[in-house]
Design a protein. Sequence first.
Length: 302
Amino acid sequence: MLIIRKSQMAAFEKIAVRRFEDGLLDHLRTFFPEHAATLGEKQLGRVMRYGLQRAESRNLQTERGVYLYLALMFMLGSLFDEDPQLPWAAAPEPVTPPAATAGETAEPTLAPEDGVEPPPAEPPESPDAHIERIYGEAMVFLDQTAGPDNGYLLQTLNLLRQPQVFDGLPTAPSFGHRLLLLLQMLAPAKYQALGDEPLRALVRTGYEAAKRHGFTTEPGMMNYITLAYVLGIGFDRDPVYPWAAATLSDPALANSAQRSAALRETALAHLAKCPPGCSRRAEQSAAALEKAAKSWRQVIED
């Protein structure tokens, strides 16, 4: 009888994980070539490992689930499931039954009336089923907001490049109203798709984040929040956009006005080379959805 020691299994698992990571990197290079070229191999590897950590923290087990999760990171931002503008993409909260306190007993099971058994409760959605459903919703969302060929997104980037983009907004009763008018002007399809509450949540969260980075003027706030609108709320720490964190933490940019100008200049330069999203969404989706619904750490094939 063949006996495999624990040390041998650990070695086999390392090989399986390395093979999986290599395949995942190939997938990212194939369907996100501009990101891969701009990031470079070292940073692309960091993004991949960060994505695996986040996927594991969401209890994703299958090859397909991990591929879908990382694809969403590249298309919606690495913190897409924490982004207030995407409440439908939020990671599900773990459901645990309340524990009975000392001296309490569980609720008694009541006999069904008229001998009719109630329908069985639906089993909770697994993390992998959840991410597959969210992925489908995200593709519909991106078709609506970025356009099937990213045409809407490219229009937004062209508007963002205009030197006077933050000037000449219609009169509004408050900064928040002016900011919402700016977001509507930059990406009207996305503005309509998001709806009122997610937009206001984005503005509130972005406003607080901008203040933490020292931005207090209207242009500085507008610059920061429009980038969060386009790239995702966590762009300031997203390894897909390492230039953002590097600029915001640059000690040579102690003045907030200088830092805001540098952030805008750096963002426009990088986004001209590497627009967010995926220009081959349909092909990428087909390739990711073809991945096996088996554990990506599986050593022995069924």
